[in-house]
Design a protein around this ligand. Structure first.
Ligand code: SAH
Length: 361
């Protein structure tokens, strides 16, 4: 029988497993400390377990479902990790380092699917198409490996890598829950963000289930026809309906929903700001602006002047606005650029200069 991934276990699963083999249930907490707090990569390292127990675990389970294929380091300090899955597919994770009022804050951007079925035209991941959902263990192992290899304990986690997290709802929620365990990574729920292109049924389920993590929605446009051209999800899940759902259901006691808005040259007129304001006027939101990164589809990014004007026009909404700085563009690690290099035969790494790999097309 093939070994199971131990990182698919919740604390309850681990407790029942230990009981089933005649061990005390408190072993489960110890196991989670080893796996996530101490982040070990072998059962042999779990020294408060008997030799027999370690051997038994090793017989039944695998700790790491992913193997590192490549690590790229950008001039700005961000890092991109390419991992291979047990069945020969590739996913990417990004470590982002940024100074926040003299304190370094680090974020790991993780993938939730291999490829993505959503088909957003400005995003390279869509070009892979959909391969499969990641298991919880594969989601969590991205964090374990990035932490172990970089030596950095990230503060934040964002589900903004490859894939649509709300199409892999159960495994994503289970992974987020495990990240939050105090006997593990102990990442606060306010430091975990789940980003969706706007799948209404799943957003509703997320709200109904009172999931405590930050919610981000990729709005990117407010004109239905224009949004539908770039984000096919608009045809079945109009952003207007997403807005109405938030208005109706999102509790006032919760953290603001983040509206992500990728700025192109043609979606940041004053009228766009007014439409955004009108659409979300009754919802508890904040706005996160991202300048379009170059991907396979050559859309135009906006000028700095037009961005400034757009921000001014948005200020009348009286909600927090942040402009997300892009990281890792030189290593194709920025938003929209994750394509699992192995899927793109036109891209080859050919040179190593100043510690940075340059990809040549
Ligand atoms: N599927 C999820 C999460 C992955 S995308 C979602 O759609 O939210 C994460 C963010 O990157 C989204 O807000 C998306 O709109 C943005 N993005 C995609 N392509 C981009 C590009 N070329 N430039 C800048 N941001 C991009």
């Amino acid at each position: 029988m093939p070994k199971k991934f131990i990182k698919n276990f919740t604390i309850e699963d681990a407790s029942s497993y230990f009981q089933s083999i005649g061990e005390k249930p408190y072993r489960a907490r110890q196991l989670f400390n080893w796996l996530y707090e101490f982040n070990v990569d072998s059962f042999a390292a779990m020294t408060n377990f008997s030799k027999t127990l370690r051997a038994k675990l090793d017989e039944d389970f695998l700790i790491s479902p992913l193997t590192l294929e490549e690590r790229l380091i950008s001039a700005d300090g961000s890092e991109k990790y390419l991992f291979k899955t047990h069945d020969g597919h590739f996913i990417e994770s990004v470590l982002i380092r940024r100074d926040d009022s003299n304190k370094e804050r680090t974020t790991i951007c993780i993938s939730s699917q291999i490829g993505c079925p959503m088909g957003c035209l400005f995003c390279n991941t869509a070009r892979i198409g959909y391969v499969r959902n990641l298991e919880t263990a594969e989601i969590l192992d991205q964090i374990c490996q990035v932490r172990r290899i970089s030596g950095i304990k990230n503060d934040n986690v964002v589900f903004m890598g490859m894939g649509e997290p709300f199409l892999n709802y159960d495994s994503v929620m289970r992974a987020a829950e495990i990240m939050n365990y105090s006997f593990g990574f102990h990442i606060s729920v306010r430091r975990i963000t789940i980003s969706t292109c706007g799948i209404i049924k799943q957003i509703e389920r997320y709200i109904d289930e009172k999931r405590p993590y930050n919610l981000a929605i990729s709005v990117n446009d407010t004109i239905p026809q224009r949004r539908a051209q770039l984000m096919p999800v608009e045809k079945t899940n109009p952003i207007e309906k997403v807005a109405r759902l938030l208005e109706r259901k999102f509790p006032a006691t919760r953290n603001r929903v983040t509206l992500e808005y990728v700025m192109r040259s043609d979606n940041i007129e004053e009228q766009d700001a007014l439409r955004l304001k009108k659409l979300f006027r009754h919802s508890k939101i904040k706005i996160n602006l991202i300048r379009l990164n170059q991907t396979a589809l050559r859309l135009d990014p906006p000028s700095n002047e037009s961005i400034e004007k757009f921000v001014k026009a948005l200020e009348v909404m009286n909600v927090p606005i942040t402009i997300r700085k892009s990281f890792g563009e030189d290593i194709d690690a920025a938003c929209g650029q994750l394509s699992g290099k192995r899927y793109d035969h036109r891209i080859q790494i050919t040179q190593l200069t100043k510690g940075i790999f340059h990809e040549q097309r």
